[in-house]
Design a protein around this ligand. Structure first.
Ligand code: TYM
Length: 336
């Protein structure tokens, strides 16, 4: 019998990215590449998580610019605002509102265990604000409002996702079924892209050593130069393994960009030097990023067109977010 596929509901996907500075190759391989790949199969909601960015001090003019720039970059990557819901978090008030409801159902001890809070409070010792502490609750609100089945993130966000699941389960047990308990979706390759200068550290835009990270918008020469300077070791072989963390990181990047397996890569560079290998990785990354930069340079020119898109995106998002939020409010006992 012929099935009407239009009636089969697509699974839902939600993810967000902070607009704090330039987006990196880590963001791209760990998360954004998956967002792009998921948009045909899933019903996707993606947001620029601007509220999260002020957990560390931001220059207002720069922050505004980065919010535009991040939204434009998501478009440049090929995320289709017609097919998906693509919006700016602060434009949908239910994120902050639900965050309060969830905060009152989250324990101080749970938040104290978050490794990212521990790291960031050491790094920003003069501004250990309450928002930095309760940030995972806002992230839980971002997620739970849209009832996603899957949340595509890099490995560094796994702990935050687990707490979002715990919060959802606890809330549902206390008040009745409101939230879907989401599953993390973590890429097999590229979920943890490491610094090019210290392979024990995550590649991060906040790293002061500019050679340690590649921006999605870096030009070809810059990308290649950074890869040429990447730290390796003295073993002189392109092999994946614990004793070669720098080379393993480069293999992971090359594999994520080209789709080649680790074994294929090891074979390709058998008997070749690190110079050849680093150049090949740099060129493959530069080739993957070049069309994104070209699209971005066009999109960012037209702020009016961007405004139309992010306003439409916020409307679509709020339609869904309001329903979940009011349901949660009602269950807790508010007059709605
Ligand atoms: P953010 O903005 O730091 O990073 C965005 C996404 O990029 C991934 N990522 C990486 N993946 C692999 N290797 C790396 N070196 C690397 N660096 C970053 C992150 O895992 C993430 O998936 N709290 C989140 C943003 C957020 C969110 C949400 C995510 C807010 N609300 C709701 C999912 C659902 C964050 O700070 O990611």
């Amino acid at each position: 019998m012929c099935q009407n596929t239009q009636n089969i509901e697509k699974k839902r996907v939600l993810s967000c990215i902070q607009p704090s500075g330039m987006l990196t190759l880590g963001n791209y391989l760990g998360a954004l590449k998956n967002w792009v790949n998921m948009q045909d199969e899933f019903d996707c909601t993606f947001a620029v998580a601007d509220l999260h960015a002020i957990t560390v001090r931001q220059d207002p003019a720069k922050l505004r610019q980065q919010i535009y720039s991040t939204y434009a970059l998501l478009l440049a990557l090929g995320i289709d605002p017609e097919k998906n819901t693509l919006f700016i978090q602060s434009h949908v008030p239910q994120h902050a509102q639900l965050s309060w409801l969830l905060s009152c159902n989250t324990q101080f001890g749970e938040m104290s265990r978050m490794t990212q809070f521990k790291d960031k409070s050491l790094k920003h010792a003069n501004n250990v604000n309450v928002g930095l502490f309760s940030y995972p609750v806002l992230m839980a609100a971002d997620i739970l409002l849209y009832k996603p089945d899957l949340v595509p993130v890099g490995a560094d966000q796994k702990q935050h996702l687990e707490i979002a699941r715990d919060i959802a389960i606890r809330f549902n047990n206390l008040y009745g079924d409101v939230f879907t308990v989401p599953e993390p979706y973590i890429a097999k390759t590229g979920a943890r892209v490491m610094s090019l200068q210290d392979p024990f550290k995550k590649m991060s835009k906040s790293d002061e050593n500019l050679n340690s990270w590649v921006a999605i918008l870096d030009d070809k020469d810059t990308v290649i130069r950074k890869f040429k300077r990447a730290v390796t070791d003295s073993l002189g072989q392109v092999k994946f393994g614990e004793e070669q963390p720098g080379i393993s990181n480069l293999i992971t990047i090359y594999s994520a960009v080209t789709g080649k397996s680790v074994a294929e890569i090891e074979k390709e560079f058998e008997g070749k030097g690190y110079g050849d290998f680093k150049l090949a990785v740099g060129e493959s990354v530069a080739d993957a990023l070049a069309p994104i930069k070209a699209a971005y340079d066009e999109i960012i020119k037209d702020k009016k067109a961007l405004e139309v898109l992010y306003k439409e995106g916020a409307q679509k998002a709020e339609y869904v977010a309001r329903k979940t939020y009011f349901k949660a409010m009602k269950k807790v006992g508010f007059v709605v």
